[in-house]
Write a protein that binds this ligand. Structure first.
Ligand code: SF4
Length: 297
């Protein structure tokens, strides 16, 4: 028997909590491709899938997963598509998957800017219920140094629009991104912004520099000094201790030398206790050896 294939180009990433979602490619690569630390979509130019391709994939999905109830749209930031294009996709999802309850995708902070609150509410009405955003940090000097293309005020302004439109969102914090000596500042700036927002999940990932990234060259030539491992634990502790919102913390990514997970505020004391123990007992050398063994995210 010949199995029909879906269109997937280049690297396909999804958050761990989307493991049960049906994946559907509507873009490949990233529209921005300029963040210094990033190697996630290395070698894959941005491409928007033609609607005919999306429709062909949906015909396959309807045949093999007729009761699919959640779809995750793939690509680094499919939310970069215009409101009209996203509505076209939402209409196709509705047409081919009658049991669909919701869909989600990754977005850059800047992808939200061109969309009005009314646009966002309409997309929510069409079952877009959550998006995942790599804010990385809300520390302006770090955002600028890493070429993220937005500032902390943009994070606050754009994610507040999602709150108003009723679209849930999860963010990614990149621990250690500021480099040596900047972790606590980064954590303070980020907690100050997040405390004014309503993310459902804060994913914490610890910076691991791969040769495909621009930052790697800066590490090699000594213009960027990576944050020591113990300093990163202090940074994570600072971030979590300062959060006063109700939010889930998912810090058990492979890049974290000390995995933490829990729901704030209930689990805050336990998480901080765990981090305090790690800071007191673990050695920089062992933690660094762990990071050096990470070959891929
Ligand atoms: S971090 Fe995200 S926005 Fe930046 S280049 Fe990588 S995929 Fe694109």
């Amino acid at each position: 028997m010949i199995y029909p294939e879906l269109h997937f180009t280049g690297q396909v990433w999804r958050p761990p909590y989307e493991a049960n979602s049906q994946l559907l490619q509507i873009t490949s690569g990233c529209t921005w491709h300029k963040c210094k630390f990033c190697s996630l979509y290395y070698g894959t130019p941005f491409r928007m899938s033609p609607l005919s391709e999306v429709e062909a994939d949906l015909k396959v999905i309807r045949q093999w997963q007729p009761r699919a109830h959640r779809v995750y749209l793939t690509g680094a930031n499919p939310f970069a598509l215009s409101y009209n294009k996203l509505m076209d996709i939402a209409i196709l999802l509705r047409k081919y998957l009658p049991h669909l309850v919701s869909f989600g995708m990754f977005a850059r902070v800047t992808d939200i800017a061109p969309k009005s609150i009314e646009d966002l509410k309409n997309l929510r009405h069409m079952k877009l219920d959550s998006i995942n955003i790599g804010i990385e940090t809300a520390h302006d000097p770090t955002l600028e140094r890493m070429n993220k293309g937005y500032r902390a005020t943009d994070i606050l302004r754009q994610l507040s629009k999602l709150d108003e439109a009723g679209i849930h969102y999860n963010v990614f914090y990149l621990n250690g991104l500021g480099g040596k000596g900047k972790g606590v500042e980064s954590a303070i700036a980020t907690s100050d912004v997040l405390n004014k927002l309503h993310p459902c999940i804060i994913n914490i990932v610890s910076l691991t520099v791969f040769p495909e990234s621009q930052l790697y060259q800066e590490v090699v030539d000594g213009t960027y000094e990576e944050a020591p491992e113990i300093e990163r634990l202090v940074e994570m502790r600072t971030l979590i201790s300062r959060l006063n919102i109700k939010v889930n913390i998912m810090g058990h990514h492979i890049s974290n030398t000390v995995p933490v997970i829990g729901a704030l505020p209930n689990d805050k004391a336990a998480i901080l206790h765990e981090l305090d123990n790690a800071i007191a007992q673990l050695s920089e050398k062992d933690l660094k050896a762990y990071r050096n063994r990470i070959y891929h995210l």
